[in-house]
Design a protein around this ligand. Structure first.
Ligand code: APR
Length: 386
């Protein structure tokens, strides 16, 4: 069989791209290793940036993707238990993010794509791209019945995450890769505990903590911990005790913990986000820590740039936008990496002085105070946060 674009992976990147290509009238098939229910239940990101919401609006997908979601414009930062608020939308000319948990986005994107007649194949094993540096690449895979398929295509979109096959198939030396380790650990806990009023950041000498809504009745918490910590050291009792302390709330409502794991605090960027007829999209090309909530948003932004590029190349015979894909995407990627690192330093070093020392603690506090003292500083922050 033959199709214009093969998309490998159905996370936020692959599903966004699939829907945009469907809207653009470009033929595509999505190959996903996992089952539909596995993909639909995976809980990760929670906030869609203003830009991400605009992407869905511009492609006529607002009704299927954004319906009923609420906007989220105020942040609360508790410094040693004292609450401070930042109205991001007011500082960013009305741009506001929306609360859209990843699994809600994924469920809606799958539904929209299938209703539009989309071809989405779950449980595709041994997905392998071939001939990426030639004119007619192919992708092979084995379906759930063990039958091997080969699909010819014009382009391959590698949307298969950090550990996927797409980037792994690029010859050594073709990509420059950048990595960075923040040098702290983060424990994340999902609990059936009431959502906070606003996204909440706690800065405290005992370490950083945060709480974000995942629907009205669930919260995702983050706790700074030592890089080598094990889950045995973080019993439920200690988690709640540390959250109460760091968030400065002795009456913090608790609830059953449904997930407990350590977050990868590594950053990674591949440059260019392309090899021949393969385009890397989302986590396949770059990963970022959760600070600032940019991972899912970068994936959606990449998918939008690629959809425009593929439409121009395949429908208008204009290869220009596709040729600029990597450069266009990497500009946003590095802006967000820089913002995330900036915020990470401020949120950690203003509280726990142990890793960076007292001098940097004072610097981080100056950076934080400036957000409340200077409109220009607050607007610069909101510009990247919104
Ligand atoms: N073959 C087919 N599919 C694969 C393969 C493979 N070899 N390897 C991985 N996949 C699938 C995964 O099962 C997953 O569904 O690719 C998908 C990749 O999805 P994500 O890892 O979520 O990556 P991406 O879509 O780029 O997500 C971007 O969203 O919530 C955030 O943390 C998330 O930052 C990430 C962002």
């Amino acid at each position: 069989e033959s199709i214009e674009v093969v998309i490998i992976g159905s996370g936020p990147a692959g599903l966004t791209l699939a829907n945009l290509l469907q809207r653009a009238g470009v033929g595509c098939v999505v190959l996903e290793r996992q089952s539909r229910s596995y993909v639909e239940q995976r809980q990760r990101a929670g906030v869609l940036e203003h830009h991400g919401a605009r992407v869905f609006e511009e492609w006529g997908l607002a009704g299927s993707v954004l319906a009923g979601t609420s906007s989220d414009s105020t942040l609360e930062i508790r410094l040693d238990g004292r609450p401070r608020f930042i109205d991001v939308a007011a500082l960013a000319d009305g741009r506001a993010g929306r609360i859209v948990p990843q699994q809600v986005l994924v469920v809606r994107l799958i539904k929209a794509f299938l209703e539009g007649g989309g071809d989405l194949r779950f449980e595709a094993a041994e997905v392998t791209p071939h001939g990426l540096d030639g004119a007619t690449p192919t992708v092979t895979y084995r379906d759930a019945d063990g039958v091997v398929h080969e699909i010819e295509c014009a382009y391959v979109a590698g949307c298969d995450g950090f550990h996927g096959v797409s980037r792994a198939g690029v010859p050594e030396g073709a990509l420059t890769t950048y990595t960075y380790d923040h040098g702290v650990g983060w424990l994340t806990v999902l609990a059936d505990a009431p959502a906070p009023r606003h996204p909440l950041f706690g800065i405290h000498p005992a370490g950083f903590a945060a709480q974000f809504a995942r629907g009205p009745k669930a919260s995702r918490f983050y706790l700074e911990c030592a890089p080598g910590d094990s889950l045995d050291e973080w019993g439920d009792e200690r988690i709640w005790e540390q959250l109460r302390l760091r968030l400065g709330d002795a009456t913090l409502a608790t609830g059953p913990i449904t997930e407990k794991l350590f977050v990868e605090m590594r950053c990674f960027v591949a440059d260019p986000m392309r090899y021949g007829r393969l385009f890397l999209v989302g986590d396949a090309a770059h990963i970022i820590t959760p600070m600032g909530g940019k991972g899912m948003n970068l994936a959606i932004a990449d998918a939008n740039v690629l959809a425009h590029g593929l439409r121009a190349a395949l429908r208008e015979g204009d290869e220009g936008p596709l040729a600029a894909y990597s450069e266009t995407c990497l500009k946003r990627v590095w802006d967000h990496q820089e913002f995330s690192r900036w915020m990470h330093e401020m949120m950690h070093e203003a509280g726990n002085a142990a890793p960076a020392g007292p001098f940097r603690r004072q610097l981080a506090r100056a950076r934080l105070e400036r957000l409340f003292a200077s409109d220009a500083a607050a607007r610069a922050f909101a510009d990247l946060m919104a």
